[in-house]
Design a protein around this ligand. Structure first.
Ligand code: PEP
Ligand code: MN
Length: 355
């Protein structure tokens, strides 16, 4: 299914990478919201974020200030002219946000993982024209992520974007949420005109990782960044370790190298021709290898031998794995390639045996 999409850019927002959304994890007090917003606006930020309702892993944590905070966001809009955005998880949140004039809504990772909740939000949004950003679900499930966007799209909302915030994992050694870049990359391949916004704060979980993650997202050609920024990060009521001051955020953004999205140049075409030639050779060699494998299949049939010979299979994986590594490739990668080749050989030999 295709999504019917329109631009998420609001009047006055330039079509320039990265589109930046910045603000605290949570709205805590009117003072904290206004102080952070003023500093961000002074740095030229155009879209403010702040969580009003916070889905917390355990009860007892700070669960957000609730509707009271929406008035502070209204004030941010009035005083700084920034657009304001927040997370919605229920139909009630949607109604409250629309009443308060919130400009952009986002669906959080825990909500995206729950189709009932997403449907409820989609139903509440029927007939409303507002940009909605959908965070990836906590689990690495691209279909569930796309499905959530389809539900909202089916309700008539066309201004959609995806937020890549990483995927939960038991291993928290480096990242809070594993980036698994291949998932947003596949999303881009499947829905090329869907804007992808990276959330380095929730992927990294720590300040030091914000800059390198922003750069990686830009190197992949993603459209925007949503970054948690707080006037006093160490004292934040939620996600303190990953928030940066507006000054630091401005510094990080200024250092980003933004590469052109040009798809091709003359030199690149020349190199791509060479790649095409390699791919041609690979296919021909593979076809030749399969012909020999079929001959082996016939031989095994005639001599009543089993197709699968684990000793030989292991020998191929080991030998080619170390050879690949000597040639500067990851041996695990080469093993995967040969596993796939071997699987196809076995399939072809089965055909011969069962003829
Ligand atoms: C957030 O944006 O503050 C948040 C709760 O993020 P996520 O839904 O990605 O966990
Ligand atoms: Mn947060």
């Amino acid at each position: 299914m295709e999504l019917e999409l329109e631009s998420i850019l609001l009047p006055g927002i330039e079509e320039k990478r990265p589109l930046v959304i910045a603000g605290p994890c949570s709205a805590e007090t009117e003072e904290q919201v206004m102080d952070t917003a003023r500093q961000l606006a002074a740095k030229g930020m155009k879209i403010f974020r702040a969580g009003i309702w916070k889905p917390r892993t355990k009860p007892g944590g700070f669960e957000g200030v609730g509707v009271e905070g929406l008035a502070w966001l209204k004030e941010v809009k009035k005083e700084t002219g920034m657009y304001v955005s927040t997370e919605v998880a229920t139909a009630k949140h949607v109604y409250e946000c629309l009443k308060a004039g919130i400009d952009i809504l986002w669906v959080g990772a825990r909500t995206t993982a729950n189709p009932f909740a997403v449907q409820e939000i989609a139903d509440a949004l029927k007939g409303v024209d507002i940009p909605v950003l959908v965070k990836n679900p906590v689990n690495p499930d691209l279909e569930l992520w796309i499905g959530a966007m389809e539900r909202i799209n089916n309700a008539g909302l066309k201004r959609l974007g995806a937020i890549h915030r990483g995927f939960s994992s038991y291993d928290k050694k480096l990242y809070r949420n594993l980036p698994q870049w291949h998932i947003p990359i596949e999303l881009r391949r499947r829905i090329p005109n869907l804007p992808i916004i990276c959330d380095p704060s929730h992927i990294g979980g720590k300040r030091e990782l914000v800059a390198p993650l922003c750069q990686q997202a830009m190197d992949l050609g993603f459209n925007g960044l949503i970054v948690e920024s707080h006037c006093n990060p160490d004292c934040a009521w939620s996600d303190a370790a990953q928030q940066v001051t507006p000054d630091v955020l401005d510094y990080i953004l200024n250092l980003l190298v933004i590469r052109k999205e040009t798809q091709s140049t003359e030199n690149l075409s020349e190199l791509r021709k060479q790649i095409d030639e390699c791919d041609n050779n690979l296919i021909q060699e593979l076809a030749k290898r399969m012909r020999i494998a079929r001959e082996i299949g016939t031989y095994k049939k005639e001599h009543d031998m089993t197709i699968l010979q684990t000793g030989r299979y292991n020998e191929i994986l080991e030998k080619r794995g170390s050879q690949g590594s000597l040639c500067g490739m990851d041996s695990e990668f080469i093993k995967k390639v040969f596993e796939a080749i071997h699987e196809e050989s076995v399939r072809q030999q089965m055909e011969i045996i069962n003829k």
